[in-house]
Design a protein around this ligand. Structure first.
Ligand code: FSO
Ligand code: SF4
Length: 552
């Protein structure tokens, strides 16, 4: 075993990647990511102490922590040097905080300090030696490890959403405090399994707050998503394909490409950018090209133009991939061999001139599909249709809603979701968000009295919209419990943002969520039992039996 990672749904053999990640992460990168997590915990021990002593510290420290967490999410960043640099910078930040505290008379008891608050090293070789001993398996008790990791992955998801909101000048300092306190809690051997279960739920509470903050950030800046027909064909101009979740990057790119003769297309999780009024006004914003993240190897080839990754999910390309020199990363995303576009200065824009010049030299995309798909059913838009929806439920035209939000992935077993959507009775409506939608958003599922049978709210973070819609329906139907609504939850997960979405739903009191295509490898049998008994969490089986079970 040269690494250990089990943070995503594609963990090898359903237990964990031990030699190389199924995602393509090499063991040295995996270990360096573990070391960065360790260093972030060390920093958090001091920020927590600073807060407890009413001491201020540089706000850049908060950003360093959430940005570092985000970079360790599945498929976000494969560049080892990025992690080495962050470990080095992190140690410096931690040591400075420690010195500041000391200068102000606050000295923490060395004998009680976690290793992450004390460990010192100066060279990448020393980092490498340490990195193999401080990972997930350093926690011996299987249940404590499981809960620590469940919280950690939730916090990583939180960090991602927090960063997108931050990029749009929306902050909630309670989120920073929570993320850091939670990281510290994962180093605290005095916490029992019960304490950690409570912290898991609290993580969900902050998940709701982070998604609400991001929703506010996105809608304040770009308006409320509205029903939109998105073109999936192509035009004859060269284009740039933008992927990931960061809408601020989308804005900068659209502004800078205007009038250049270069078109812009979205890929995978950037599709919902098409639903925002502020983006729809650009004539050179053509539509969406291709499908979800794991199809990128083929779709990037045929796109012909350069590709911009604003976040995960990045798949390492083959060395001889035609698009190898056409991929650009920015923000938390990174890959050794791709060009990284640096962050914007406060109040400014990112400089996308290099990718735009690159695009001008490329051929127009090859058409792989034609037609349109419909989306834009975030909470504001659905509320405008509320009367229609409520009438359809009351008249029995809609029997049940199925929340099928979450992620897509490359495993064959995900065909389940296409078949499930296809076989659902015609008096049901799918509520979706995240890249999971690509498993069924191009099926002809029709509509119910003008309400499409697949309502796409947006990105995975827009699962918040689905929760808002459910809470609103609960109010309209005057129910006491969200679980009395005719809504079933059959959610697909892949990475850690889906973990925070799940924890957020649990915090909101949603019960009987089914999670697939497999349950997380990081749930120990005991922890899984607690989730089943307390929240009715279940897995998925075969489509016909599952539909029968859900409909009853
Ligand atoms: Fe998908 Fe990837 Fe949005 Fe994730 S593109 S899998 S949950 O990053 O964040 O839904
Ligand atoms: Fe394996 Fe997933 Fe970890 Fe990648 S992120 S190493 S696929 S468990």
């Amino acid at each position: 075993m040269s690494m250990f990672c089990y943070q995503c749904q594609e963990a090898a053999k359903g237990t964990g990647c031990t030699l190389k990640g199924v995602c393509g992460k090499t063991d040295d990168v995996a270990n360096m990511q573990d070391l960065l997590m360790f260093v972030l915990k060390g920093i958090s021990i001091y920020t927590k102490a600073a807060r407890e002593n009413q001491m201020e510290y540089d706000e850049k420290v908060d950003k360093f922590i959430f940005d570092g967490l985000f970079a360790t999410i599945t498929n976000a960043n494969f560049d080892k040097q990025v992690f080495i640099d962050r470990v080095r910078d992190g140690l410096e930040i931690r040591n400075n905080l420690r010195l500041d505290l000391k200068n102000k008379g606050v000295e923490l008891d060395e004998s009680k300090l976690h290793d992450s608050a004390k460990w010192q090293a100066f060279t990448p070789d020393e980092y490498e030696r340490k990195s193999v001993n401080i990972g997930v398996l350093a926690t011996e008790n299987e249940d404590i490890r499981s809960l620590r990791e469940l919280i950690t992955y939730g916090v990583k998801g939180l960090a991602a959403y927090t960063e997108h909101a931050y990029n749009l000048d929306h902050e909630n300092k309670d989120l920073y405090k929570f993320m850091q306190d939670a990281l510290v809690a994962t180093t605290d051997d005095s916490l029992t399994a019960d304490d950690l279960v409570a912290l898991t739920l609290e993580t969900g509470k902050y998940g709701v707050e982070a998604m609400a903050l991001l929703d506010k950030a996105n809608t304040t800046a770009y308006g409320n998503p509205e029903i939109t027909k998105v073109n999936i064909g192509v035009r004859n101009n060269p284009g740039i394909l933008i992927s990931g979740h960061d809408l601020r990057d989308m804005e900068d790119l659209l502004k800078q490409t205007e009038g250049t003769g270069v078109d812009v297309y979205t890929h995978s999780e950037m599709l919902p950018a098409n639903y925002y009024p502020a983006f729809k006004k650009y004539d050179h914003f053509v539509g969406n090209y291709g499908n979800s993240w794991w199809k990128q190897k083929e779709e990037f080839e045929s796109f012909n133009g350069p590709i911009l990754f604003t976040t995960n999910c990045l798949v390492p390309p083959k060395k001889d991939a035609k698009y190898y020199d056409k991929v650009y990363t920015t923000g938390a995303a990174g890959f050794n061999g791709f060009t990284h576009i640096p962050d914007r200065k406060k109040g400014g824009q990112k400089d996308f001139s290099q990718i735009i010049e690159h695009a001008k030299k490329c051929d127009a995309p090859i058409e792989i599909e034609k037609g349109e798909i419909v989306g834009g059913f975030a909470h504001n838009q659905v509320m405008q249709l509320a009367d229609k929806v409520v009438d359809a439920v009351k008249s029995g035209a809609i029997k049940k809603f199925f929340v099928m939000a979450g992620c897509d992935g490359r495993m064959k077993s995900r065909d389940y979701y296409t078949e499930f959507a296809d076989k659902l009775p015609e008096d049901t409506v799918i509520l979706t968000a995240g890249c999971a939608k690509y498993r069924y958003n191009k099926l002809e599922l029709g509509d119910i009295g003008g309400i499409p049978r697949v309502l796409d709210a947006g990105q995975c973070n827009d699962s918040y919209s689905l929760a808002v819609i459910a809470l609103k329906l609960k109010e309209v139907f005057e129910l006491n419990d969200i679980n009395e609504l005719p809504i079933a939850y059959n959610i697909a997960w892949y990475e850690q943002k889906a973990v925070i979405v799940l924890l957020a739903l649990l915090y909101l009191g949603v019960k009987n969520i089914h999670l697939g295509p497999t349950l997380p490898a990081f749930l120990s049998p005991h922890v899984a039992k607690v989730l089943v008994e307390t929240f009715g969490i279940g897995g998925v089986g075969n489509v016909d039996d599952d539909i029968k079970m859900f409909m009853n």
